[in-house]
Design a protein around this ligand. Structure first.
Ligand SMILES: NC(=O)c1ccc[n+]([C@@H]2O[C@H](COP(=O)([O-])OP(=O)(O)OC[C@H]3O[C@@H](n4cnc5c(N)ncnc54)[C@H](OP(=O)(O)O)[C@@H]3O)[C@@H](O)[C@H]2O)c1
Length: 328
């Protein structure tokens, strides 16, 4: 898929290209599956904060097989994944049937996951897993209290709910979609709340302590409001800006309750941490990704999905299947 700028607006089309059009890289991968992340929706619609130059092929996630490699430990036919770094931002990404990338970006497909499952997880799942890892590394255990997840029906939020439940936590899922209650309960939420009720007293600097931790995926007033209800010593992770990139808060949650606010950046997450996350996602944190959570589209089916995602309507994960590759 090529995104082109055309007089200030951006068009998307599926075109035929040559491997020689790709940048020089250590490893060329035939991509079987990619996915749709919020960052991809921004790149596909001309958001210069994500992609500086067009024409461009988005897709921050890719799973496929090695075609050629400059490294002896990556051999033709090896199944691998690449997520984040610059893939799909300013390097042609997984919405193409081939990518060419530096060796350091490539992770062998973990045992216990298919390529499709790895892309159902993708950057969103890795970000959720990294958020949960940060919460647990802060010493938060299930007996300390519930964890609040914001943007709960989104790609990152859905995985966070499911992983936390799998890890034994009570999970309060905050959503703007009342009809998604059964979906969130199925994922493992113990309670579902309307996101309007995250901060019951917007006029007060603090609320009664309620959560041992928060996995926030939306930012803005929702993150600020959630921080007011965190129990002493609690931990809050922050990874997204769907609600707003602004954060207007006070120092009270930090100085009265000693809470920690932890930034999560999956894009530059070191490869060693990535391997730990993939191992957990293929093992103790492996979750049942039913049809309600994951749906597959072809490149030609992405238009509606991009539009829905930017309108805040997305639910679960979208896997992009390169049918001509995966189905011969
Ligand atoms: N830092 C990193 O490494 C990293 C990695 C991946 C993603 N991200 C970021 O994480 C965020 C979520 O990504 P995603 O892939 O999960 O996106 P997504 O699938 O579009 O989910 C976002 C969810 O946020 C909620 N939401 C939408 N608009 C909102 C609004 N105006 N106010 C409050 N909530 C709103 C919705 O859930 P409900 O209706 O259930 O509330 C929506 O489903 C994005 O900002 C993305 O860029 C960061």
């Amino acid at each position: 898929m090529i995104v082109r700028e055309d007089g200030g607006s951006y068009t998307r089309s599926v075109e035929e290209r040559e491997i020689a059009d790709l940048p020089d890289g250590d490893v060329i991968i035939r991509v079987h599956y990619s996915s749709l992340n919020y960052k991809d929706a921004l790149s596909a619609t001309g958001h210069r904060g994500v992609t500086k130059q067009y024409p461009h092929t988005p897709g921050v996630d890719a799973a496929g097989e090695v075609v050629s490699s400059r490294l002896p430990d990556l051999k033709p036919g090896d199944p691998v994944t690449v997520t984040d770094y610059d893939l799909g931002m300013n390097t042609p990404g997984g919405w193409g049937e081939a990518i060419s990338v530096p060796a350091g970006w490539v992770v062998p497909l973990p045992d216990g996951l298919t390529m499709r499952e790895s892309m159902a997880i993708g950057t969103a799942g890795l970000t959720s897993a990294l958020s949960v890892l940060e919460i647990t590394r802060s010493g938060i255990t299930p007996d300390r209290g519930d964890i609040l997840v914001t943007g709960a029906t989104g790609g990152v939020g859905s995985f966070a709910v499911a992983i936390l439940a799998q890890a034994g936590f009570g999970v309060v899922a905050a959503t703007g979609k009342p009809v998604a209650r059964p979906y969130l309960m199925d994922l493992g939420a113990s309670e579902v709340i309307d996101r309007q009720n995250i901060d019951p007293h917007p006029d007060r600097p603090m609320n009664k302590g309620r959560y041992a931790g928060v996995v926030d995926t939306v930012g803005g007033d929702i993150l600020a409001g959630a921080m007011k209800s965190v129990l002493p010593g609690g931990a809050v992770t922050c990874c997204g800006l769907v609600a707003s990139p602004d954060l207007k808060t006070t120092v009270y949650p930090f100085i009265l309750r000693g809470i920690r606010l932890i930034g999560v950046d999956c894009a530059e997450c070191p490869v060693e941490t990535r391997r730990i996350l993939w191992e957990k996602l293929a093992g103790e944190w492996k979750i049942d990704m039913g049809e309600e959570m994951v749906r597959e589209v072809a490149l030609t089916g992405l238009e509606n999905e991009i539009e829905g995602m930017l309108a805040g309507k997305s639910k679960g994960r979208v896997v992009v299947g390169h049918g001509s590759v995966t189905r011969g």
